[in-house]
Structure formats: structure tokens, C-alpha cells
Write a protein that binds this ligand. Structure first.
Ligand code: SF4
Ligand code: SF4
Length: 443
């Protein structure tokens, strides 16, 4: 049988074998925790604690400012040591709350289960998700409560739970499917209820068939939630591509999934919604895959948000080789970081410590106009041309060739035999066009 998929894309070695069979381990939190006020897309949150305050697990420490923003909570109990600008995974300095963990894990008194799901209204579910500070945990970190309130008159036909996990090396969603299946399904039901959506599709790539079968077993009495197995191909987990593969619907340029009647949430996002409804505990932890040739004991860890990356690497046995590059997230779309004294935030799906051998030899040669990047681009763009116009800051041509449609998947850079890395230039061009549009609007 032909598996559902999309045009374009690439087939990198998935490298999931290093961690896929390791069950999720609970990582103890270290003595010092760092909570930046930016862990989401949207307005930075406002700090609501001060130096010397005692806080408990699940207590609000930074509140959302405006609708497109997110709450953040302490993941430990202890004392606010300071409020200071701290290095952030995005490469800048961001105001952060530093908390000294007392190791007691006293839970905040307001953390209580909600009513049973059947008794909750759509608005109450959205409020729970908003209060719990839940954001997209696949890396994008868009506040989930915003997506749960589509524009007036929008009908959502399908909720898609994105369990594709198409990035090489990552296995956190795979382990969540095997170990947190009940929570994922509960999360599906909560989302369907909030959106009055009749159907939910849990979409899994065919390199995780055992996880798909496990979910199918759990779903045998459910009529409206089903598992869809799609072809293993990168970037199958991109929102637009998973929607096309699972439903055949195309999200047009400049439009959102809701415009074609679809809502997409990540695996761990669905499970976090379940926990918030069932226990009242906000989003205070996430599963992080710690892998790469430089890591001694590769693992899947449940890590409390705010834990410094250095401590997570130590919990995985530290380094066995000099890391050439440390990446937060997958090797295709993740971000390289210059320091390990940064915190795990809500979008940190993995810590990859890559050796020279992992990265391969990168001798850059001239572009041979082979066209492989064009064939690989899942957005039907012309990466080689976009890279050239980006270099020349040619706004008109960048717009003509739809630079803002680039989803920054990196398939073009991965496939390029000349190791040209067109994405690096395209990112610059995309930012240039977006900034110019903003400047013109402000004038
Ligand atoms: S141009 Fe953008 S969307 Fe196309 S392959 Fe490159 S990174 Fe992906
Ligand atoms: S950028 Fe790379 S993949 Fe694209 S045409 Fe040139 S050599 Fe080929």
C-alpha cells in the first residue's frame, strides 16, 4: 500500500537508534534554575515575583501580557535568588528569574484538578490551557490557547496530533507515544471539545510503526480518533505538509491551518493539556532527547523547565568527545548554541552534542546548478535563486520568488552536493523582506 506523503523532501539517516529504546527517565533538578520571560512566540511575559520570595512547584512567576503571550511557572520550590538578564537559547540576553531549588518540591496550593472533561465547557478548557502556560512543544512555542480560539465562523473539521517526529535523532515524541499514550488521547479529546471538532487524526511516520500500533490498541473503542501512518520523509512534521499528507488539504501561501479547517498540536503539547486538566499542574517539564556522538550515555529525560543545559548533559554522563557543535532541537531545524549555561525552555526538544564525525566533512565548492535543492524543496521554491537574491538584498526578486513561504526546513542545504547551505542565505533574505515590510507599515 502506498503511504500518504507530499512532494519534495529528503531522506536523511534518522539516527533514532541511539535513543529510541531508552525509556523516559525523570531527571532530578539541580540547585539553581533559570526561567526566562521569553519561552514562547508573542509578547514577553511580566515577572510577578521578586528577589527573596519563596515559590512552590506550579506557582506563577511570570504572567502573560496580552492574548498572544504565555504564563510561566516555577518547576521547583525554593527562593528567588535574583532577577537578571541571562543568556537565552535564542542567542540574546533575556530577563530571567533565578530560583534556588530547596529540593522539597512543595506543590503550590492552587494546583488542583479541574472538573471532569465531560463537564468542562469549551471556554473553560481554553482558560485551563492558557493558565497552564501551554505552548507548542515541537519547537515553535506558539501559545496553544490562541490556536484554540480560531476566528469567528471558522469550522475545524480535523484535529491533527503531530507525532511525525521527522527530525533525525529526536525520540521524545516516540517515547511519549509508547509511555504517555493515555495522556495524548485525553489531550485529543480536550482539544476536540474546545474546538467542537468531530475528528482527530494522530499522525505517525512509518519508522515508528510499533508506537502507531500501541496507540491503535488504546483507541480501539474510540470512533472519532484514529491513527494515520505516513511515509518517513523530512519535513513530514511541518504543519502544512502533515496536513496535506493526512487530509489532502493544502494550506495556501500566507494562510493558516484554521483557514482549511484544521488544528495541529504536537504530541507532548496534547499530553501537557491532559495533565493540566487532570491534575491542575501547569507546563513545568518536558521530555528532552540527549544524544550525539559526544554524549556518553544517550537518553530521553523528563527535565524540569529552567534546568541548565550543562546539568542535563551531566545527567547523561557528560562528554566522551569534544563536541564540534551543540544544537538545541534537531540537526535540520535546531539552533546551534555557543554555551551550555542556558536553560531548557518549553521548546527544547533535544540537546545534540555533535562530533566532527557526526557532522561529516563540509568542503564547500561552487554551485553546479544541479537543481537538487529545487527538487528537495517541499514548498516548491527555488532555493539556489533565493540564496542569490538574498545575497544581493534584491527585495523585488525575493518577493517574486516567495521567500516568505520558506519554512526553514533545511532540506535544500542537506541535499546540496556542493555544501552551499542555501538556507543560511535564504534566512537572511526572508528576514530582510519581513523587516522592510514592517518598516514600510510603520512609516
Ligand atoms: S528553501 Fe526553505 S522550504 Fe525550501 S528546502 Fe530550503 S529551507 Fe526548506
Ligand atoms: S545550491 Fe547546491 S543543490 Fe542547489 S543547484 Fe547549487 S549545487 Fe545544486
Amino acid at each position: 500500500m502506498l503511504l500518504k506523503t507530499f512532494k519534495g523532501g529528503v531522506h536523511p539517516n534518522d539516527c533514532k537508534r541511539f535513543t529510541k529504546d531508552f525509556a523516559i527517565e525523570e531527571m532530578p533538578a539541580p540547585p539553581t534554575m533559570i526561567f526566562p520571560i521569553i519561552q514562547h512566540i508573542g509578547a514577553p511575559s511580566e515577572i510577578v515575583v521578586k528577589k527573596g520570595d519563596y515559590v512552590k512547584v506550579g506557582q506563577l512567576i511570570a504572567k502573560q501580557t496580552g492574548f498572544v503571550s504565555a504564563n510561566h511557572h516555577s518547576s521547583v520550590s525554593g527562593t528567588v535568588k535574583s532577577i537578571e538578564a541571562h543568556f537565552h537559547p535564542n542567542g540574546s540576553m533575556v530577563d530571567s528569574i533565578i530560583i534556588e531549588n530547596d529540593g522539597k518540591y512543595d506543590v503550590f496550593e492552587d494546583v488542583k484538578p479541574a472538573k471532569p472533561l465531560e463537564q468542562l465547557t469549551d471556554k473553560e478548557i481554553v482558560q485551563i490551557v492558557s493558565d497552564a502556560g501551554i505552548v507548542g512543544m515541537g519547537g515553535a512555542s506558539f501559545p496553544t490557547h490562541v490556536k484554540l480560539v480560531p476566528p469567528e465562523g471558522t469550522r475545524i473539521d480535523y484535529v491533527i496530533i503531530n507525532c511525525a517526529e521527522c527530525e533525525p535523532y529526536l525520540t521524545s515524541d516516540y517515547r511519549a507515544m509508547l509511555e504517555d499514550g493515555d495522556d495524548i488521547i485525553f489531550g485529543c479529546k480536550a482539544i476536540m471539545k474546545a474546538l467542537s471538532a468531530p475528528k482527530c487524526l494522530i499522525v505517525v511516520e512509518d519508522n515508528k510503526k510499533d508506537a502507531a500500533r500501541h496507540l491503535e490498541n488504546l483507541l480501539k473503542d474510540e470512533e472519532n480518533i484514529s491513527v494515520v501512518v505516513v511515509k518517513t520523509k523530512y519535513p513530514q512534521g511541518s504543519e502544512k505538509h502533515i496536513i496535506f499528507s493526512a487530509t489532502g488539504r493544502k494550506v495556501p501561501s500566507g494562510k493558516l491551518p484554521a483557514d482549511v479547517g484544521v488544528f495541529v498540536a504536537n504530541t507532548d503539547t496534547a499530553a501537557s493539556i491532559a495533565r493540566a486538566v487532570k491534575t491542575g499542574m501547569p507546563l513545568i517539564s518536558r521530555i528532552v532527547t540527549v544524544t550525539g556522538g559526544a554524549i556518553k550515555n544517550k537518553k530521553n529525560l523528563r527535565v524540569r523547565i529552567g534546568t541548565p543545559i550543562r546539568n542535563v548533559i551531566e545527567a547523561a554522563g557528560g562528554f566522551v568527545a569534544e563536541p564540534e557543535r551543540i544544537i538545541l532541537g534537531g540537526p535540520m531545524m535546531g539552533k546551534g548554541v555557543f554555551s551550555i549555561d542556558l536553560p531548557v525552555i518549553k521548546g527544547t526538544s533535544a540537546i545534540l552534542a555533535m562530533t566532527k564525525e557526526d557532522l561529516g566533512i563540509n568542503v564547500v565548492t561552487n554551485c553546479t546548478r544541479c537543481g537538487k535543492c529545487v527538487q528537495a524543496c517541499p514548498m516548491r521554491l527555488v532555493p539556489v535563486t533565493l540564496a542569490m537574491h538574498s545575497k544581493n538584498e534584491n527585495e523585488e526578486m525575493l518577493k517574486k520568488y516567495h521567500v516568505t513561504d520558506c519554512i526553514e526546513c533545511g532540506a535544500c542545504s542537506y541535499i546540496c552536493p556542493a555544501r552551499k547551505d542555501p538556507l543560511q542565505m535564504i534566512r537572511v533574505g526572508k528576514r530582510y523582506v519581513i523587516d522592510r515590510a514592517r518598516m514600510k507599515k510603520a512609516q
